[in-house]
Write a protein that binds this ligand. Sequence first.
Ligand SMILES: Nc1nc2c(c(=O)[nH]1)N=C([C@H](O)[C@H](O)COP(=O)(O)OP(=O)(O)OP(=O)(O)O)CN2
Ligand code: ZN
Length: 136
Amino acid sequence: MNKLTVNRKAHFNAAHRLFRKDWSDKKNQEVFGKCSNPNFHGHNYELIVSVTGPVDQETGFVYDMKRLKQLIYDKVEQEFDHKNLNLEVEEFKNLNPTAENIAIVIWNKLRKEITSNLGLKITLYETPRNFVTYGD
Ligand SMILES: Nc1nc2c(c(=O)[nH]1)N=C([C@H](O)[C@H](O)COP(=O)(O)OP(=O)(O)OP(=O)(O)O)CN2
Ligand SMILES: [Zn+2]
């Protein structure tokens, strides 16, 4: 059966600093530049969560978008919105909060909630022109 993808957009605003604890300030500055500002900086992240699968013949749904909205709210927005990712979000206490790693963390959180017969893809915009995609 052909598959179809449902997509839900969301956003959150968060502060971060790109750096590694095991590198010197000089090396962090060389590699991450202004993104390694010790006083942090912020982004308006735009998120697209895509769920792919067959259309259920009875409901006409691949996945209930109301449920998807609630899931993203509970697992992503509540956890990340208006937070300092490095200091306040457990997953980034020892993980550099790059767009790549944020997308992977979001995927891991949502993957646990969506059955494995459905594909899950994360698209995360860190700026209007910088974005990453991750998923199965
Ligand atoms: N591979 C990655 N590269 C970079 C990341 C990242 O997460 N993954 N992150 C950053 C900075 O945190 C940040 O995104 C850079 O922002 P900014 O300098 O504002 O980006 P632009 O100047 O390109 O802003 P536009 O608005 O998109 O023009 C750096 N690298
Ligand atoms: Zn940044």
